[in-house]
Design a binder for this molecule. Structure first.
Ligand SMILES: CC(=O)SCCNC(=O)CCNC(=O)[C@H](O)C(C)(C)COP(=O)(O)OP(=O)(O)OC[C@H]1O[C@@H](n2cnc3c(N)ncnc32)[C@H](O)[C@@H]1OP(=O)(O)O
Ligand SMILES: CC(C)C(=O)C(=O)O
Length: 558
């Protein structure tokens, strides 16, 4: 890279002086625009292997299912595949009554004629004429003066009018794009567009579309918004126009450019699902739509099964959607890091049914897009007790008390540190079993009985396996747990005790967690799960004792 890039690159400055009449910065988006999908055209022309007709048809049907009403289906004069696809759509009746197909063409009479031939018989078609107008294209590609470039647009408009007259049974909607608009002088772009509008003479009843692309995104989105507002205020017959934008994403700000352009007066957005398209892509319609949704504005597009849409797009484009892609990526509702997991868990616990969505770190409820909560919290070495607790509770119904969460998370941390990889809920549960539920050495409960006396005292008789040998012991206490501890005969103090049901009805089980202090040694937890709640608490005591015994180097007198 150059130490002084200004010797090679210059900023694109659309306006000679500041565009001070702008009003867009204080506006807000309160309604969805008209959406137009160009997946089958701009998206398709950028693919390593363009779609065959089967893929195109699958994509077309998916776009309809999502709710798109305007779909650019082809560049029919470019290839026989594209021409035949348009014919198939029309001849085989694949275009529902509320869908308008769009087709693009260069401004060349033979190509325009072929475009109309492809569309003959359709109910309604948008014919999209384009020519590049920016200085570099004028000079390098066309070697033409600005007047000659304007004439290309006017010639094209006349040829489109001529062809449209030959097919009176179709409703033809004319769209003109000054390609490379954002890199052109705004005054020249306006001049070309107004000349085309004057030539076409749209009316509010027969509107035409003026589409202003960032063919190559080359400025910050605010400058593009200025350009759009400038055009919006000055285009002839504004009430007879649909003002459309077509952002690309070369600087990674295609979504912002589209959003600011809508604030600046645009009515319509052209883009692709998940942002496929030339180079870094067209603007992503999924992100735009769901950005509106998360602000409480209905986008008019339905992504309630976003994974199915993504699979279709990946299949048709033969390109993967990035795991971090907004809203649709595999990992975008997943938190690995401890503090995020903790906040998400607390948010879920306090989220009211029917209330405003307020789960930290999740801008949208994954369930609205058909995603489950299963993958929201995943555990690796960056995770804390919150995530571990969440998974054990969600998958296994275990609600660990706070200090046990801290204790158990140390065991999990050792596991994730040594493996360096993610642990799933099943592995967590297995670790919990090994650490607590299966701690039956040296003491194991074989069987027990409980007798309540008339004096409020309880007696417990328990047979324990101690190092494999059965021993029967009897204990007394104010309650069954105290009597059991007395029977075990180990000097422990109960520091903390929790129990809860797992599941409901006849098959419900009980989980019990006991924190014990054993003699002079520190305290630690034990846990038991059993269909009988008392038995669960006895097993929790033995689990705690056995863990303490192991921690003390097996030196405790049992
Ligand atoms: C920004 C965009 O995405 S615009 C859409 C771009 N998409 C595509 O190009 C995909 C489909 N295109 C194609 O298949 C071909 O380009 C075709 C069939 C349209 C034309 O093919 P060809 O006649 O071989 O021309 P080629 O592809 O080389 O295009 C360049 C020629 O078109 C001219 N041209 C480019 N754009 C336009 C336009 N909008 N109107 C009129 N002429 C144009 C160029 O000046 C050049 O002319 P020249 O050969 O006299 O120098
Ligand atoms: C033809 C136009 C709209 C285009 O695709 C672009 O400029 O990117």
């Amino acid at each position: 890279m150059l130490s002084d890039p200004s010797k090679k690159y210059r900023p694109v400055i659309p306006f000679a002086a500041d565009y001070a009449e702008r009003t867009w910065p204080t506006r807000r988006l309160t309604a969805a625009p008209i959406w137009m999908s160009t997946d089958l055209r701009d998206g398709n022309q950028s693919l390593i292997e363009p779609m065959d007709s089967r893929r195109k048809m699958r994509f077309f049907k998916q776009l309809i299912a999502v709710g798109l009403k305007e779909i650019e289906v082809a560049f029919p004069s470019a290839s026989q595949t594209d021409f035949d696809f348009v014919r198939e759509l029309i001849d085989d009746g694949h275009i529902p009554a509320d869908i308008t197909i769009e087709v693009i063409t260069q401004s060349r009479p033979d190509l325009i004629a072929r475009t109309f031939e492809a569309c003959a018989g359709a109910r309604r078609v948008i014919v999209h004429l384009y020519n590049a107008i920016a200085p570099a294209w004028r000079r390098l590609v066309f070697n033409m003066t600005p007047e000659q470039i304007k004439q290309i647009a006017l010639d094209g408009t006349a040829w489109v009018r001529e062809q449209a007259a030959r097919y009176p049974d179709t409703e033809w909607v004319f769209q003109y794009s000054p390609e490379t608009f954002s890199m052109a002088e705004p005054e020249f772009a306006l001049d070309v567009c107004n000349a085309v509008i004057d030539a076409w003479q749209p009316t509010p009843e027969r509107k035409m579309i003026i589409n202003l692309p960032t063919t190559v995104e080359c400025t910050t989105p605010n400058l593009y918004a200025d350009q759009i507002e400038y055009m919006h205020r000055r285009l002839h017959r504004r009430e007879a126009l649909v003002l459309s934008v077509h952002p690309h994403n070369d600087r990674g700000t295609g979504v912002a450019a589209a959003e600011l352009a809508l604030l600046a007066g645009a009515d319509r957005v052209e883009g692709c699902l998940f942002g496929n398209g030339e180079r870094t892509g067209n603007v992503d319609l999924v992100t735009l739509a769901l950005n509106l949704y998360t602000q409480g504005v209905s986008p008019g597009l339905d992504f309630s099964d976003i994974d199915a849409v993504r699979q279709c797009v990946e299949h048709c484009n033969q390109l993967p959607v990035h795991p971090r892609h907004p809203y649709g990526g595999d990992l975008v509702y997943t938190a690995f890091s401890g503090s995020h997991q903790d906040a998400i868990r607390k948010g879920f616990a306090q989220q009211q049914d029917g209330g405003f969505w307020e789960v930290p770190y999740l801008p949208i409820d994954p369930a609205d897009l058909g995603r489950t909560y299963d993958a929201v919290i995943r555990v690796n070495s960056q995770s804390g007790k919150g995530g571990i607790t969440y998974l054990l509770e969600q998958e296994y119904g275990l609600a660990l008390p706070r200090r046990l969460q801290i204790e158990f998370s140390r065991a999990v941390q050792q596991l994730t540190d040594s493996s360096g990889s993610e642990v799933d809920a099943a592995t967590l549960y297995r670790t919990f079993e090994q650490e607590y539920l299966q701690r039956t050495t040296p003491l194991k409960r074989l069987h027990h009985s409980v007798q309540s006396g008339t004096d409020g005292q309880v007696a417990v008789t328990v047979t324990l396996a101690l190092d494999g040998q059965p021993h029967t012991r009897v204990g007394q206490g104010d309650g069954a747990l105290a009597a059991f501890i007395d029977a075990v005969g180990v000097p422990v103090r109960v520091m903390d005790f929790h129990e809860h049901a797992i599941g409901q009805g006849a098959s419900a089980r009980a989980a019990c967690y006991v924190e014990l202090r054993l003699g002079e040694h520190g305290s630690g937890f034990g846990a038991g799960v059993h269909s009988d709640i008392l038995t669960a608490s006895f097993d929790a005591v033995l689990s705690a004792v056995n863990r303490q015994w192991a921690a003390a180097g097996q030196t405790l007198p049992l």
